[in-house]
Design a protein around this ligand. Sequence first.
Ligand code: ATP
Ligand code: MG
Length: 355
Amino acid sequence: MITTSGLTKTYRTRGREVTAVDDVDLTVREGEVYGVIGQSGAGKSSLIRCINLLERPTSGTVTVDGTDLTALAGRGNRAGRELRRARSRIGMVFQHFNLLSTRTVQDNIELPLEILGHSGAARSRKALELLDLVGLADKAKAYPAQLSGGQKQRVGIARALAGDPKVLLSDEATSALDPETTRSILQLLRDLGQQLGLTVLLITHEMDVVKSICDSAALMEQGRIIESGTVPELLATPGSQLASALFPVSGESGDPERTVLDVTFLGESTSRPVISQLSRTYNIDISILGAAMDTVAGRQVGRMRIELPGRYEDNVVPIGFLREQGLHVENAADAAGEAPSAAEAAPALVKEGAK
Ligand SMILES: Nc1ncnc2c1ncn2[C@@H]1O[C@H](COP(=O)(O)OP(=O)(O)OP(=O)(O)O)[C@@H](O)[C@H]1O
Ligand SMILES: [Mg+2]
């Protein structure tokens, strides 16, 4: 639904060059919620602004719903007619809501429809329908100043949906909100996505956002996408920084005569007593060094760091047993060697709410 190929954006200011987006190839499939996560300055906002052509990319292409937007003329406020039309099919939700304070809630939602030239009656019908959809049917005549942050963002979402978009882009839509409101807005985005068949691309620096609603995710660093995939794929990728930030497990063993394994359980395997079966079948004592269970992308996921007696080479059979049960097993020593810990690799991502 959204594809970028070799997307690059270089800003030139007073002789200085900053490559904010560097050769990004991104594919967002129809109907999925895709999260791009990264620290401040990683280029996330630049990426999203290039995707809806608010910024003209320096090079590369952006295709949304089969239309190559980069081939259409104009940019920003001077977009040509075709680009404006294509853009009206892309809804955008902003961190600071961007509502007009002198207009009522209903008039804010009608604004994009006014620009598209819809009649008064059609605009008002659509606005009321959308207000109902976001749970604010009774606030049509209120002004933005009379709403809470969460309610303002609901208006922002309704406005983004006014042009019946197929794609919704969201830049830090929840980072100005408290955790409870964040959860309700995320749930709303997820529900609307399903109900309206939207493809949602959201930008965030909060791992919790990815955890609660994303089907797929990408990690951005210095303008580049350094990891991407569906959340289950990422969780099953040895040494994945996103996986360990989504799901940190810790627990140290200093004993080289013992084997430390990181075991990831997905879906129904979370409820099977695999560890006790392993212990009984091979008559071995297993120590649990660290463990966590959570819901990621609507699925139960568990991660556990366990320790078995003997060296890795001596444990080939029990490890094979765990893999046969559908678990992802990696040698914790390998993972530590291949990639730094989540906290070292992506400190802002593991600290909740860090900016
Ligand atoms: N209009 C601009 N002109 C010049 N440089 C810019 C412009 N917009 C962004 N940059 C630079 O591009 C880089 C990426 O910025 P961007 O806003 O895309 O990051 P971000 O990942 O969205 O960060 P944050 O999480 O803080 O919002 C930064 O180094 C920034 O200073
Ligand atoms: Mg940003």
